[in-house]
Ligand binder design. Structure first.
Ligand code: TRP
Ligand code: CA
Ligand code: ZN
Length: 316
């Protein structure tokens, strides 16, 4: 008998024991509840960084930014969309207008799963006009993209339906994500079992913050960091300041990760996470120095792996 892609030999052994005790036939498939769900992959941080290098090049070639209504935004969207299309996603561009400029959301559906139970992960893809926006929010955008590509590479067929999103015009006030939520029918809104947000997850002087929203989503993220031996804190730098807010307002369970923006890291936080006390988590927040140099590889790696872990766990 062949168990599904379980990485845990002890659990596989337990399934066999249960089958023997219950007289289960070796020829018959084990009941689904006794088979360990497929384990989430380790996301290669080099792949995530390669996306950041591309987003930096796009900004550099387009006046130094990837802001709403500018050429660098659309080029960023085209880059992400091409990767998803090649990986087998069904992609949709949703167009809207804000401040007299055209903006776009990118939605990518992974075919299969129960479309009455949709797990979403998203990030804003726009930068401010002052810089390339590599930590804010190339980091979240690249991690969500690489998680989506990992789903394709693994041939993951979750029980629930997976949907990934890259939002436009977050920096103008959550415009793209609000547009998406406002244009969902109440029926389709009710089908979203959770929305996971990733905005600034590679801050150079990082903290490890988990949104204190839906308890099950929060626990999933905390469990991942506990397994790494990395302490977390509740995110408090600006509740409602990112794209999970419109979902939360519409009654969708939300959660997410954050490594800090302009707030200062305390001595107590340095004691648990290292880094520099008395300095901002991200000294380049909304500045021209938010480039590929403005990233903690360790934070980017841990948070990308946590994103994949949560997507797998919550959709299985
Ligand atoms: N969303 C903000 C931005 O893009 C950054 C930010 C501030 C944030 N506080 C937050 C993101 C708390 C997530 C959670 O500029
Ligand atoms: Ca990794
Ligand atoms: Zn942001």
């Amino acid at each position: 008998m062949k168990l599904s892609v379980s990485g845990r030999a002890s659990t596989a052994g337990l399934v066999t024991v249960v089958m023997l005790l219950t007289g289960g036939s070796i020829a018959g498939a084990a009941p689904a509840s006794e088979v360990t769900a497929a384990a989430a992959p380790d996301i290669p941080v080099a792949n995530v960084k390669a996306h950041l290098t591309q987003l930096q090049s796009i900004a550099t070639a387009n006046g130094g930014n990837r802001a709403h209504g500018r050429a660098g935004y659309k080029a960023s969207l085209d880059y992400v969309k091409a990767k998803l299309d090649a990986a087998g996603y069904t992609t949709t561009i949703q167009q809207f207008t804000s401040s007299s400029r055209v903006g776009y959301n990118l939605i990518a559906d992974w075919p299969g799963g129960d479309t009455n139970q949709v797990v979403m992960a998203g990030s804003h893809l726009d930068s401010v006009t002052s810089g390339a926006g590599i930590n804010d929010n190339g980091s979240g955008s690249a991690a969500v993209l690489e998680t989506a590509l990992a789903v394709s590479r693994a041939g993951y067929q979750p029980t629930k339906h997976l949907r990934f999103a890259w939002w436009g015009a977050e920096e103008l006030g959550l415009v793209g994500s609000r547009y998406y939520v406002n244009n969902l029918s109440s029926t389709n809104r009710a089908k979203i079992s959770g929305y996971l947000n990733f905005d600034m997850i590679g801050s150079p002087n990082p903290g490890y913050f988990v949104y204190d929203d839906d308890p099950a989503i929060e626990k999933t993220f905390k469990d991942y960091f506990t397994g790494l031996g990395v302490p977390t804190e509740i995110e408090t730098e600006g509740d409602g300041r990112s794209d999970h807010a419109p979902f939360k307002s519409a009654g969708v369970p939300v959660g997410g990760l954050f490594t800090g923006a302009s707030r200062t890291k305390t001595a107590a936080q340095v004691a648990k996470w290292g880094g520099t006390s008395g300095q901002a988590f991200d000294r380049c927040y909304h500045s021209s120095c938010d480039t590929t140099s403005n990233i903690s590889d360790t934070a980017l790696d841990r948070n990308s792996d946590a994103a994949a872990y949560a997507v797998w766990e919550l959709s299985s």
